[in-house]
Design a protein around this ligand. Structure first.
Ligand SMILES: [Zn+2]
Length: 276
């Protein structure tokens, strides 16, 4: 045996992943979701099931539930609290209701359990995080920019790389797509689609999408939930004491790189052997 350091890789043996997250389920999501689709990109759209059709202001109108399927085809739905309340400001019972009722309605619509949530106003405390965990959420996005490409230590406190309005957006995109990465790197951009109308800057997101599209053969484009599912599968690997056997008990293939070796795939349900 010798020194060993394994690195998680994303599906296909890729070391880079790109994901998007947009909130509030507003009418501008139609244009945005279509833009993402046209570039083969994936987004998690976080919705407030209790506010369908609600008009917040002239430019901020939430979509009706009947428009969700067509609008969000190919993307992922996530929770964002039933009435978009600031969850750390009210009693715990009301906070739990906002989380659970939103999740129940969204799941009924989507026909599958929700994995992702985004904190309304970006605010939360430990009780909110615990309520999300108990509700069955695995990830929750904050509004704090890391300006980095690291995976979160705690997915229920998932800080994105940056907002689309960040002055460093394209600089970060360049570092991510064209720079060298030692380990898995994730570029995570978030925002609200109505902001593009307000600031008249749809060109910002169009430019980002076109740029990522050019580099997409070396990038895993995925929803937030895809990342959660994959990292969970990777973390479930079972190692022998000497590291020469690794069992993948999950239902999906996982990739890793042992020391400086080449990318290795461990098919679902099988045992990898190697690296004496
Ligand atoms: Zn919101």
């Amino acid at each position: 045996m010798s020194m060993r350091f394994d690195t998680m890789l994303f599906p296909g043996g890729l070391s880079k992943a790109f994901t998007l997250s947009y909130d509030d389920g507003v009418t501008q999501d139609k244009r945005l979701a279509e833009l993402f689709r046209s570039h083969g990109l994936k987004c998690t759209f976080n919705l407030n099931a209790g506010l369908c059709g609600h008009k917040f202001s002239e430019g901020v109108i939430r979509m009706e539930e009947k428009d969700w399927d067509e609008t969000y085809a190919g993307h992922e739905l996530g929770g964002h609290a039933f009435y978009h309340s600031a969850l750390d400001t009210m009693g715990n019972s009301r906070m739990v209701y906002e989380i659970i009722e939103d999740k129940r309605r969204l799941e009924k619509h989507a026909g599958e359990p929700m994995r992702m949530f985004a904190y309304p106003f970006g605010t939360f405390n430990d009780a909110v995080v615990e309520a999300l965990r108990m509700a069955g959420y695995e990830g929750a996005r904050t509004t704090v920019s890391t300006h980095s490409f690291t995976l979160p230590r705690d997915f229920l406190r998932w800080d994105p790389t940056c907002h689309h309005g960040d002055a460093r957006l394209m600089e970060l995109a360049g570092q991510f797509a064209e720079g060298f990465s030692m380990g898995p790197s994730l570029f995570y951009v978030w925002g609200h689609a109505y902001e593009f109308d307000g600031a008249k800057n749809w060109n910002v997101i169009e430019e980002l999408c076109a740029y990522m599209d050019v580099h997409r053969e070396k990038i895993w484009v995925c929803t937030n939930g895809d990342i959660l599912k994959y990292v969970k599968a990777f973390r479930s690997l079972e190692y022998s004491a000497d590291g020469t056997m690794i069992r993948n008990p999950s239902a999906m293939d996982v990739w890793f790189q042992p020391s400086m070796g080449k990318a290795e795939r461990i098919p679902a349900g099988s045992i990898w052997t190697g690296e004496e």
